[in-house]
Design a protein around this ligand. Structure first.
Ligand SMILES: *Cc1c(COP(=O)(O)O)cnc(C)c1O
Length: 386
């Protein structure tokens, strides 16, 4: 494939070349086990320490509050299962209707295991129903888990307020911050969040490393039990390259967040503005006032998102659609359904998610290529009327 215009950064990101350079020595040269007694292994431990400090600095927390995991999904599962195990008398968890499958599908599994799982609805812009949340959190609730930012719409959720409600009822608060970390300012020392999940590959580190923040003083029960790594909170030999990479990625995110987000936001806003003005019958899904700077979710009504993706794929444009073609039936995403987006719009929704690597030229290219694609598809759509 010659040309690739990658605007699917909420799915995964390019490993930053600086990150790659930082992790390289730990594969073929400094490959020792950080737990070993010999110096060869031991020297690796200092690099893990440095990585942990960089990540802690990005999050505004203590290095000891970080537990490395294999991915965002493991972090989410570990947090929720720990809360349930430590509060056996509380048999209920409260989540939102727009959680990532890492939380949503764990919720479904917990229902099968006899727990009560309440999914709090959202409004047409994807904003959580705070009144309903207040009603549902009670003395039965072990943990409230609401994402910091949504992967499909970019919506940012009021985690501080939600944590307060959880705490009023003695419940723990966990947030899936996989899409928030590296994109918006986070200072956990000033937050009331008990546990927070993140994932390396969403912020320009490679796939296969994640982390779970557990606030000092909050009890935690390990999910993966084995050796004494991570202060006995997560067994398994450390993913040294991943940890070093995530440290470097955190450092870069912290250093460049302000300027990058201004640039990325400008590109996103221009893309959104041009597409919605050049193409009739579009709508933006999400909370325009309270979104990540890199994400836009646009519905092109009366056509199929999958068809749009296939056609723009021929131009090398990589994006995502809000309908997942599962088991042959085209069901719009649970997020758009929860928002009550009409079917004709939900089916034709495309998510563009940008990063620091996108350029003005790439945005120009998308603005040029997309309108004719939409026009072609609408011509053959049985629902489309001029
Ligand atoms: C990608 C993502 C996850 C899962 O992270 P993995 O590292 O791929 O397991 C969880 N939550 C959100 C919001 C995500 O975007």
């Amino acid at each position: 494939m010659d040309k690739v215009i990658y605007v699917d950064n909420n799915a995964t990101t390019r490993t930053d070349p600086e990150v790659f350079e930082a992790m390289k020595p730990f594969l073929c040269e400094m490959y020792g086990n950080p737990s070993s007694i010999h110096t060869f292994g031991g020297q690796v431990a200092s690099h893990i320490k440095k990585g942990r400090e960089s990540l802690a600095s990005l999050l505004g927390c203590e290095p000891t509050e970080i537990i490395y995991t294999s991915c965002g999904t493991e972090s989410d599962n570990s947090a929720i299962m720990s809360a349930l195990f430590l509060n056996p008398d509380r048999r209920k968890i409260v989540i939102s209707k727009v959680e990532h499958p890492a939380v949503k599908n764990l919720g479904s599994e917990l229902v099968r295991r006899g727990y009560r799982v309440e999914e709090i609805p959202v409004d047409g812009m994807g904003r959580i129903d705070m009144d309903k949340l207040k009603q549902e959190v009670n003395s039965e609730t072990a943990v409230v888990s609401v994402m910091w930012a949504n992967n499909e719409t970019g919506n940012i959720y009021p985690v501080h307020e939600i944590a307060e409600i959880a705490h009023q009822h003695g419940a723990l608060f966990h947030t899936d911050a996989v899409q928030a970390v590296g994109k918006i300012t986070i200072n956990l020392s000033k937050e009331n969040i008990d546990m927070l999940s993140l994932s390396g590959h969403k912020l320009h580190a490679p796939k296969g490393v994640g982390a779970l923040y557990v606030k000092r003083g909050v009890r935690f029960r390990p999910y993966i039990i084995g050796g004494h790594q991570e202060r006995s909170r997560r067994g398994g030999t450390e993913n040294v390259t991943g940890i070093v990479a995530l440290g470097k990625a955190a450092e870069l995110a912290q250093k460049n967040m302000k300027t990058e987000n201004t640039k990325v936001k400008e590109l996103r806003d221009r893309l959104e503005r041009e597409l919605t003005s050049r193409i009739p019958k579009t709508r933006i899904n999400g909370d325009m006032q309270n979104r990540l700077p890199n994400t836009t979710n646009i519905s092109f009504e009366f056509i199929e998102g999958e068809a749009i993706l296939l056609l723009i794929n021929q131009f090398g444009i990589c994006a995502s659609s809000g309908s997942a073609c599962t088991t042959g039936s085209l069901e719009p995403s649970h997020v758009l359904r929860a928002m009550g987006v009409p079917y004709t719009a939900a089916h034709g929704s495309i998510r563009f998610s940008l990063s620091r690597f996108n350029t003005d030229e790439e945005i120009d290219y998308i603005i040029e290529k997309l309108p004719p694609v939409i026009e072609t598809l609408r011509k053959i759509s049985p629902y489309w009327k001029e």
